[in-house]
Design a protein around this ligand. Structure first.
Ligand SMILES: [Zn+2]
Length: 194
């Protein structure tokens, strides 16, 4: 082996050594990196960071449902929702009973609502009313039917609607009735119109 050959060999050896060293340092730095940047799982933390957000969303949804009128306002601009016709208060103690209601088309002192406050439904007591509105609706088809069918229909629509009385929780004044569709019908209230 000449001098040139020896030089070449030792250069090769140095080169290989450098390669090995490089590989080793790379491995070490990889390990370090892994340790430093590993994100702990939620199980390890025994904590769900998403949960707070979800709870807040739930609370917001509830509040929107029950006190919806004020909170929903900004959203109404994007998605028009009919405004409440009035704020309803107990006639005896002035407690607010409802913020989002619809006035009855013909009985102007009556209001319909889904979301109320300070109201308690007495489900023990049952009130029965006949429903002239249903009959009116079906009368439109009368001409198409035979007399026999008409009689049957008449019996059907004579079925009474069942309601429960609703009281103000503060003073127990009867203020509304509650129907099977979970709608409150206020008839004894002080209404303030906006
Ligand atoms: Zn009251």
């Amino acid at each position: 082996m000449g001098k040139l050959g020896q030089l070449r060999q030792s250069t090769m050896m140095i080169y290989i050594l450098i390669l090995i060293l490089r590989m080793k340092t790379r491995q070490v730095s990889k390990k370090k990196k892994k340790k430093r940047h590993r994100i702990p799982t939620n199980d390890e933390l025994l904590y769900d960071p998403e949960k707070d957000n979800r709870d807040q969303a739930w609370v917001d949804a509830r509040r929107r449902g029950y006190h919806g009128f004020g909170i929903q306002r900004p959203r109404q601009q994007q998605q028009p929702v009919p405004n409440s016709d009035a704020v309803l208060n107990c006639p005896a103690c002035m407690t607010t009973l409802c913020l989002d209601c619809q006035r009855h088309e013909s009985y102007k002192t009556q209001y319909r609502a889904m979301f109320v406050m300070n109201c308690s439904v007495n489900k023990e007591e049952v009130l029965r009313y006949k429903t002239p509105e249903n009959r009116k609706k079906k009368r439109g088809h009368k001409k198409m039917r035979s007399n026999h069918e008409d009689a049957a229909e008449q019996a059907e629509t004579d079925v009474e609607e069942i309601y429960h009385p609703v009281m103000c929780t503060e003073c127990s004044t009867e203020v509304a009735v509650y129907d099977k569709d979970e709608v409150f019908h206020f008839f004894n209230v002080l209404a303030s119109h906006s």
